[in-house]
Design a protein around this ligand. Structure first.
Ligand SMILES: O=C(O)CCC(=O)C(=O)O
Ligand SMILES: [Fe+2]
Length: 309
């Protein structure tokens, strides 16, 4: 039983402020046809060899019939267009920049749900940090549709508004909505929003690329420096190098041998040639919103087993 309808569905050319406002208010938005069919085809072509080799999950959470693999920046150049999509970055700017100087690529991966897969347990992605909800957005997730997403084929289930709930609140089946969107669309949600992959009761697979972004002072889920080593990173644009993490996340945060990692990547080895705390960076750090974290009870849930099949 899924009673609520998916709202917050925008056209590809919708103003990014409206998309960001929807994500702030309800925790999610869908941008239909955010990239064209050629881009989807190029991403699929780049990743095709890896699909063949990909393993289904061996752990319950990851799904027994769900193919997953990561390190997408090392596997595809076409995926770069998804990573720096202007609407997505505008939403990430709006959600994350009040709380950090730079945000990062947190995770990159394929989530390919095959027919017969059962529903994934609902969860908050921020559960990998020991911080209870509600809290400011720590991550922004995107799920790019490489195939159509439907309620039948496992389109991501989510709970509108749950980004603002206390961790204690357990969703009811009628609060769950399924993401429906054509290939080339993107679901954007914060890591504070309860969600999970759906059961696939259709004939074909549901295929998605997940690109998540996190506050620059938190550890990234995926180790981007091993996934995209310096030789490879040097070939990427400045913007993507920064997103991966080859740049300071705050004054001196992420430093290597007393050198800004961006300078280090390009061969600088003399600390005198590299600024770890520029006046501009200091100003940005001082201007950040600061939030209080009070200690709360142990054992708050992050996983919610809600039956909507
Ligand atoms: O496959 C999906 O739709 C979502 C998967 C997910 O939320 C996760 O693995 O964290
Ligand atoms: Fe998730």
């Amino acid at each position: 039983m899924m009673a609520m309808e998916l709202k917050n569905t925008f056209a590809g050319d919708a103003p990014s402020e409206a998309v960001a406002a929807a994500v702030a208010e309800d925790g999610y938005a869908v941008v239909r046809d955010a990239v064209d069919a050629d881009t989807v085809a190029a991403v699929k072509a780049d990743l095709a060899p890896y699909f063949e080799k990909a393993h289904d999950g061996h752990e319950e959470f990851y799904g027994k019939l769900t193919k997953r693999f990561g390190a997408l920046l090392a596997k595809s150049t076409a995926v770069q267009a998804l990573l720096v999509h202007p609407t997505v970055l505008a939403v990430a700017d709006d959600a994350l920049l009040p709380h950090c100087v730079r945000y990062r690529l947190h995770y990159s991966g394929v989530m390919h749900i095959e027919p017969g897969e059962t529903r994934q347990v609902l969860h908050r992605d921020i559960g990998l940090y020991p911080i209870a909800n509600p809290c400011p957005p720590l991550t922004v997730a995107t799920m790019w549709a490489l195939s159509d997403f439907t309620r039948e084929n496992g389109g991501t289930r989510l709970i509108p508004g749950s980004h603002l709930w206390s961790s204690n609140r357990v969703p009811k089946p009628e609060e769950v909505v399924a993401t429906e969107m054509p290939a080339g669309s993107v679901l954007i949600y914060t890591g504070n929003t309860i969600h999970g992959g759906g059961a696939n009761r259709a004939e074909g697979s549901r295929s998605g690329v997940a690109l998540h972004y996190n506050l620059g002072w938190l550890r990234q889920e995926e180790n981007q420096y091993m996934a995209v080593p310096p030789e490879l990173a040097r070939q990427l644009s400045d913007q993507i190098q920064e997103l991966i993490g080859y740049s300071l996340g705050s004054s001196s945060l992420g430093v290597v041998d007393h050198i800004d990692p961006k300078d280090y990547l390009h061969g600088v080895r003399d600390p005198a040639q590299s600024s770890l705390s520029s006046p501009e960076m200091e100003k940005q750090v001082q201007a950040l919103s600061r939030f209080h974290i009070s200690h709360s009870e142990d054992g708050l849930p992050n996983y919610y087993d809600v039956d909507t099949d």
